[in-house]
Ligand binder design. Structure first.
Ligand SMILES: CC(C)(COP(=O)(O)OP(=O)(O)OC[C@H]1O[C@@H](n2cnc3c(N)ncnc32)[C@H](O)[C@@H]1OP(=O)(O)O)[C@@H](O)C(=O)NCCC(=O)NCCS
Length: 165
């Protein structure tokens, strides 16, 4: 059965929570639903899922526009995961191609991503798809208190975590 790609919806929150867990980002279903509720209506975010017919979601990609005074707008591949049972059959490539198609539809010609140094398998995958390593960086953060705390589950990786960046 070939999984079909489609835009994500709020109802996907339980499956996306599971896939986020596989990616190394443990979030609750409520957190996922609330974040999807903020992202999905925004035109500058593309969230696409792969689904086995009538079955669970087996892959997910999130791409969004990044704007800066220093660079031309570009797309950032923020999350990509294929569930372990479906890896190696071309689905990761399909999801990246969908993200690239979305990027072109936004009138942008460049897509960029960050991937943790330890994710050497993913690096081979990206190279295979034609992505070029550009640089290595040190990422800093400082908690300021209040609001949604930037803890590992919100995307700031600890030194020994297995999160995607
Ligand atoms: C990385 C990931 C999305 C790849 O998805 P996938 O469905 O397994 O990859 P595909 O089957 O589409 O592979 C596409 C190409 O990349 C190659 N490839 C995939 N994984 C590879 C690996 N570990 N080493 C070498 N080549 C690899 C495939 O052989 C294929 O090449 P070809 O068809 O040109 O011969 C998937 O392994 C995954 O979800 N990993 C865990 C989460 C993760 O690391 N996400 C990225 C975070 S930055």
């Amino acid at each position: 059965m070939v999984p079909q790609l489609r835009a994500a919806t709020l109802e996907d929150a339980p499956d996306l929570r599971r896939l986020a867990d596989e990616l190394g980002y443990p979030v609750t279903e409520d957190e996922m639903r609330s974040r999807l509720g903020e992202l999905l209506p925004r035109g500058e975010h593309g969230l696409f899922v792969a689904q086995d017919a009538g079955g669970p979601l087996v892959g997910w990609v999130h791409v969004h526009i990044r704007r800066s005074a220093l660079r031309a707008p570009e797309a950032l591949l923020a999350a990509l995961v294929v569930t372990s049972s479906h890896r190696g059959s071309g689905l990761g490539r399909e999801l990246v191609l969908r993200a690239e198609e979305w990027t072109r539809q936004q009138g942008l010609s460049r897509i960029r991503l960050r991937s943790r140094q330890e994710r050497t398998e993913a690096h081979r995958f990206y190279r295979r798809l034609g992505y070029l390593e550009e640089k290595r960086q040190v990422v800093f953060h400082r908690s300021l208190g209040g609001g949604e705390e930037l803890k590992p589950s919100a995307g700031i990786p600890g030194p020994n975590s297995h999160q995607r960046d």
